[in-house]
Design a protein around this ligand. Sequence first.
Ligand code: 8ID
Ligand code: ZN
Length: 353
Amino acid sequence: SIPTRQKAALFRRQGGPVTVEEVPVVQPEELKPNQALVKVIYSGVCHTDLHAMLGDWPLENKLPLIGGHEGAGIVVAIGEHSDTDLKIGDKVGIKWIADCCLKCEMCRKGYEPACSKAQCSGFNVDGSFQQYAVSYTRQLSRIPDGLPLEDAAPILCAGVTVYKALKESGCQAGDTIAIPGAGGGLGHLAIQYANIMGLRVIAIDTGDEKRDLCSKLGAEKWIDFTQVDDIVKALKDATEDGLGPHASIVTSSSGKAYEQAMEYIRPHGTVVAVGLPPSAKVNADVFWTVFLSKKLVGSYVGNRQEAAEALQFAAAGKIKTKYVIQPLSRLPMIYEQMHSGQLAGRVVLDLHA
Ligand code: 8ID
Ligand code: ZN
């Protein structure tokens, strides 16, 4: 049975506070066509949720807002006249992209996140920091059998994002990739997907816990960005021929990691911009960008197919998120730890603890 009240974490204005409150549950008869009610069991906490709460970006979110976009749960109701093969009881994931038109050029080309009508979970529509979330049948991801919901949750944003970003890097087996932010939620998954793709990893982050995590996950080299003065030299020295990595997947939530990325990648290399720090700039010297044929590409989550692929690797046991499970009530404290860079890996919330 579906309750009428539930717990949710929300904020009413940018900057917070974030509070856990009792709010109504949208009832099955209130669902519109192509909406589903999902009983959220677990939700990852992404740095994007913190950026949204702080108002870091040049975009407006809904207010009050229930954040969260790495939700893993069970379909408990489907709106009448929905065009879907989802059934009640199916295990599904709520991603950042909650819905999009599927009709425009962007959608038809598989660039669903670039759809001008895209709705984002925990931004334009309430997200997964609630026990029962309304989402959209067209963008819900099926969670493969055998993948526990708590393991699926972080794949729905962090996993799919870095998996897609690695494809965008253009790297091939044998190439070397730098990952600034390697000890964070996205970064530590990027190390694992990179390994599957046959890439060699230089992890960049700070602190013993993140260093140990990165090396355990198979990063060949470690650079503590707080301990080196010349990051360009450190990255070049980390490759045998001194030319630098073939690509850098910048998953850092601070702008500093972008400053020299175009400089340290090797000729014909690619910087993939993933992290979304407020008002950050990439420095690209035009002369050297041309002379050394370097590329800068942005990469923004992934489409439905990429989400399915990213989940399959996790279901096959090849990707394992390092997480701690916390109750929803801890979210304000988790944001504080995230803000000060203390979290290695991910935090996953248990919505029914
Ligand atoms: O689709 C996208 N492009 C997308 C999807 C999901 C998340 C983008 N993001 C963005 C988030 O909004 C955020 O800006 O990616 C960024 C990272 O998200 P996250 O992995 O959830 O954040 P985290 O767990 O806090 O990890 C960030 C790491 O960056 C390190 C920190 O130590 C932390 O481990 N870091 C920082 I802050 N400065 C650094 C630097 N200068 C750095 N690492 C290397 N060099
Ligand atoms: Zn995210």
